[in-house]
Design a protein around this ligand. Structure first.
Ligand SMILES: [Zn+2]
Length: 255
């Protein structure tokens, strides 16, 4: 059940222009509901939607008895949520993406991350919201439902490895690989990974920004792993990670 609350509009955001929405970018707030709502409506950054955590105390204290989604910025307007970003050969996703902020108290202690799980109810509501968005925007494909870390891997770790991307896919939103294809590629790559220049091309073919150096290559691998191989996201390119990437390209990019 999707309840959209429009009582806290963020102000001062421009019309998007003629370009249709191409991507949906998921974020976590790394802060409770109350301060997130304040920041996202009053400080010049925003997202189209804020999805609270039903168990988090500042949401309960605000007096809501069910989990609702707050629409802060109209979908026809541009919200400042993606920052410097890249997907599928294009920069700056703010002009053509919908941003969803999910309340989650993730922490970053000088690069050491703590990623709490999302509430089951948050995920159900997220799926309902994404289905609603996709129903109105059929041009958004499975590979265009992304994490902030996918489109800004050098700077961002949200929504983190606890976002159940596979469950989202099974509910009809977003991409996931076919297991048989992954296994076939993995048997091949166990004998030796493809040359790095080919892996680089494969990441770009899927949509990721080019990696300019070794550090960027590892950051991008980590972002990819947080999305598709969350059990281990250390950023080291292994046979399984490579196999998942190739299986995804086979399924979605026709290669
Ligand atoms: Zn973010």
């Amino acid at each position: 059940m999707l309840v959209i609350d429009t009582s806290f509009p963020a102000r001062g955001f421009n019309e998007r222009g003629d370009e249709p929405v191409r991507q949906v970018v998921l974020h976590y707030t790394a802060a409770p509901f109350a301060p997130s709502l304040r920041v996202l409506t009053q400080e010049g950054v925003s997202a189209h939607y804020l999805l609270p955590d039903p168990d988090e105390s500042s949401y309960r204290a605000a007096g809501y008895d069910e989990l609702r989604v707050f629409r802060l910025v109209d979908e026809g307007k541009r919200a400042w949520h993606a920052g410097v970003s890249h997907w599928r050969g294009r920069e700056n996703l703010n002009s053509r993406s919908i941003g969803i902020e999910i309340v989650n108290l993730a922490r970053d202690d000088k690069g050491v991350f703590t990623f709490p799980t999302f509430a089951d109810e948050q995920i159900s509501v997220l799926i309902a919201l994404l289905r609603d968005i996709l129903g109105r925007n059929p041009q958004i494909g499975p590979t265009d439902i992304l994490g902030h870390s996918d489109v800004a891997y050098g700077r961002k770790s949200d929504p983190g490895p606890r976002l159940p991307w596979r469950g989202l896919h099974e509910a009809g939103v977003g991409a996931w690989f076919d297991e048989a294809s992954r296994a076939m590629y993995q048997r091949r790559f166990c004998l030796g990974l493809p040359p790095e220049v080919e892996v680089e091309r494969a990441f770009q073919r899927y949509g990721y920004a080019p990696a300019k150096n070794r550090q960027a290559f590892e950051q991008r691998t980590r972002a990819f792993q947080m999305h598709f191989r969350a059990r281990d996201y250390c950023g080291f390119l292994d046979a399984e990670t490579c196999a998942i990437l190739y299986a995804l390209n086979e399924k979605y990019q026709g290669l």
